[in-house]
Design a protein around this ligand. Structure first.
Ligand SMILES: N[C@@H](CCC(=O)N[C@@H](CS)C(=O)NCC(=O)O)C(=O)O
Length: 298
């Protein structure tokens, strides 16, 4: 009996042809307007105002207003801020998604080794005292901070509907549930057990912390391997990159860090290798961050 849905392969097998892959990368202010408003000038620009004034066709005007309202569903179009650390896999999920979606973002670097995530000021952004925190500015009220990476991934999906989709539409609840299950294998079953504060505590108790982290990563990746045997195409679910892939990539970076034997995970390796040629993923790599120590940079 098949317990999981197997998505049909998409028509396009060429990774270079995936929407948005050949455009320039985000995190650059130059790309902000075109990323947020791909088909129209920025709403605040004079050209938008002039165009609006000369429209005499009311149905068109109404349609334009509806489109504008849709793209304005987020609190404001000011720049997002990502509080991140180069080594953090949870931050990596968001770096990948922001890059894929071409959403401009400013980074604030949080040094975990110095304990900056435990400072009082950071605690107001993220009560869990962990990275990432995604701060959404607001013109009318205080900015809003999302301190859980998966919630932030879903926020981006909902607040930026005009960007590359990383979840199938609500009309396909089975696919969404399958992708979210893959996400949770990483986010609930692997990462919490291998998180810095846990691994340190394990080491303090006298156990071998690296063996602990390596073993639990391997157990989680075995579950992921089994799940994607039913769902994978080019990527974790079919032939479209999803939030599951955004979570898988940094988990594999973690597995490499802990020297996990990857040979049993051929599906995972295949997906990983197909993703690691994407500019958006490469740009998000932990070796390519501004806060990566020089000796670890690519
Ligand atoms: N469930 C949280 C977990 C966040 C988390 O544990 N982040 C790690 C880095 S990946 C961290 O900040 N660790 C610091 C510590 O353990 O003290 C999320 O998905 O955002």
């Amino acid at each position: 009996m098949r317990t999981r849905p197997r998505p049909k392969p998409g028509p396009d097998q060429n990774p270079r042809a995936e929407p948005g892959l050949n455009r320039s990368l985000p995190f650059e202010k130059d790309n902000m307007d075109s990323a947020l408003f791909p088909h129209s000038p920025p709403c605040d620009s004079p050209s938008f105002a002039v165009q609006s004034l000369v429209i005499k066709d009311w149905p068109t005007l109404l349609l334009a207003a509806l489109i504008l309202l849709k793209t304005r569903s987020r609190p404001t179009d000011q720049m997002l801020t990502l509080h991140t650390n180069f080594r953090s896999s949870c931050s990596g999920r968001l770096r990948i998604a922001l890059n894929l979606k071409k959403i401009p973002c400013e980074c604030v670097y949080v040094n975990l080794l110095k304990g900056e995530h435990r400072s009082e000021s950071y605690k107001t952004l993220n009560p869990s005292q962990s990275v990432p925190a995604l701060v959404i500015p607001s013109k009318d009220h205080e900015s809003f901070s999302i301190g859980q990476s998966v919630a932030a991934l879903e926020y981006l999906e909902e607040a930026y509907p005009e960007t590359l989709k990383l979840l199938p539409p609500p009309s396909d609840p089975v696919a969404r549930a399958a992708i979210r299950s893959l996400v949770q294998i990483i986010a609930s079953d692997i990462q919490p057990l291998t998180n810095m504060r846990i691994v340190r505590r394990v080491g303090d108790s006298g156990a071998d912390a690296n063996t602990w982290a390596r073993d639990f990563t391997a157990v989680g990746l075995a579950a992921y391997e089994s799940a994607v045997t039913e769902t994978a195409g080019k990527y974790s679910y079919g032939d479209k990159i999803s939030i599951a892939d955004c979570c898988l990539i940094p988990a594999v970076w973690g597995a490499q860090f802990y020297d996990v034997d990857m040979r049993p995970f051929s599906k995972v390796i295949g997906i990983y290798e197909r993703l690691m040629v994407e500019p958006a993923v490469l740009k998000a790599h932990w070796r390519n961050q501004e806060d990566t120590p020089e000796e670890l940079k690519n």
